[in-house]
Write a protein that binds this ligand. Sequence first.
Ligand SMILES: [Zn+2]
Length: 106
Amino acid sequence: MNNKIEKCIQCDQPTDRAGIHEDSLYLDNGEGPLCLDCYQESHILELETERDALRARVKDLEEHVAEIHAKMDRIMKIANGNNFGSVEGLVKVREIIREPEPPEEQ
Ligand SMILES: [Zn+2]
């Protein structure tokens, strides 16, 4: 057996590469060495995982923005026909900003 031949940890085929400090292919999480096919496949999976996490983050932020817009709408409803400069008006606005969105309101 020739232990100088680097083998892919996934498919056990020779990687056709030189070694850990040479041109071997390792994933961002340190896994390897990998042959080019397995590297590309795994790297795509890594990127897809990252993309999914970013999409989830965008969704969270969009929900947060929608929440802020809903609060702004409620604040503007109070502002219409009210003296926004009054202490009562400011207290109400502060309450809306702090409280969670009530489920029955739109
Ligand atoms: Zn492989």
